[in-house]
Design a protein around this ligand. Structure first.
Ligand SMILES: [Zn+2]
Length: 292
């Protein structure tokens, strides 16, 4: 598994170095397409026809950074947020939801490798006390600070920022049937693993990944209305005591981490990675005149 991660990272660096002149039509589009609400393709290479906009605030949730126009999703995503908000609000939490997808899904040039079909969403760890009292204004929701649960360089949880409510949050998400997998900083999973009571089946859906120290990435399963949605790539369960999980705290990981940092320092303006090839239906989604 970790060998795969290393070759994947080296491959993406090589791809970055060879990309030429660049245009991403998906990022030019400001409105969703017409047509039946459905997904074509998968999380890392797909698009979304007839995307749905969320109610931007509700019981226990508020969408943030609306100016990014990346709140578009499959309706199951917006329903998921509403469901989670109503469960977590009585427990003193309010969800701040950042990027879902662009108006027609599709690939980003820089922001995300996935988030292409309206089923991936980033939920902040920040719990703004004001958001428990009232809806934040749209301006306030543009300027929220980041709240870090983990320190990337130390590769460890920031204990003073940690709270058991994050276990409740992640467990509540993971226990929802719609959820396929979630990604957090490895040290966050490690922290949860430390309590034997947390070692339940739900924890399998909480997977370690790079970054994700101030938000959790939640990925839903393909919905029933989208026969052309592909839920691959699948994920391999990485248990608390497995070699795959312990790799994230190994000397080999540290060397790779430092190499990545050095590469980023040496290449402050890298060329973008070429766009993935998408299902043919995505051409029609892209060309559609769009909604008013
Ligand atoms: Zn994400």
């Amino acid at each position: 598994m970790h060998k795969n991660i290393i070759s994947l990272l080296l491959l993406s660096i090589a791809a970055v170095a060879t990309a030429g002149g660049f245009y991403n039509p998906w990022e030019e589009i400001v409105r969703p397409s017409t047509g039946q609400h459905q997904i074509f393709g998968g999380y890392n290479a797909g698009c979304l026809q007839g995307a749905s906009a969320p109610r931007d605030t509700g019981n226990g949730f508020q969408y943030i950074e609306l100016s990014r126009n990346k709140f578009w999703g499959h309706v199951s995503t917006h329903r998921f947020i509403e469901r989670m908000g109503s469960v977590l609000r009585p427990q003193g939490m309010s969800l701040l939801v950042a990027d879902v997808s662009m108006p027609r899904g599709g690939p980003f040039t820089w922001d995300h490798a996935s988030h292409q079909v309206g089923l991936d969403m980033d939920i902040e760890f920040l719990q703004d006390p004001r958001s428990l009292q009232r809806d934040l204004t749209i301006d306030e929701r543009e300027q929220l600070p980041k709240y870090y649960l983990a320190d990337q360089d130390a590769n460890a949880v920031i204990e003073k920022n940690w709270s058991e409510k994050y276990v409740t949050m992640l467990r509540t998400f993971a226990q929802d049937d719609a959820v396929h997998v979630m990604f957090v900083h490895p040290s966050i999973k490690k922290k949860i693993c430390e309590n034997p009571a947390n070692r339940q089946s739900w924890l399998a859906k909480v997977q370690p990944w790079w970054g994700h120290e101030e938000h959790v990435h939640v990925r839903l399963k393909c919905p029933a209305d989208s026969p052309n949605c592909k839920s691959k790539p699948d994920f391999t369960e990485i248990g608390c005591d497995t070699e795959e999980f312990l790799w994230w705290f190994s000397e080999e990981w540290r060397q790779l981490y430092e190499a990545r940092k050095k590469w980023q320092r040496d290449n402050p303006n890298p060329e973008p990675v070429p766009l993935p090839s998408l299902p043919t239906q995505c051409q029609s989604v892209l060309k559609d005149a769009g909604t008013r």
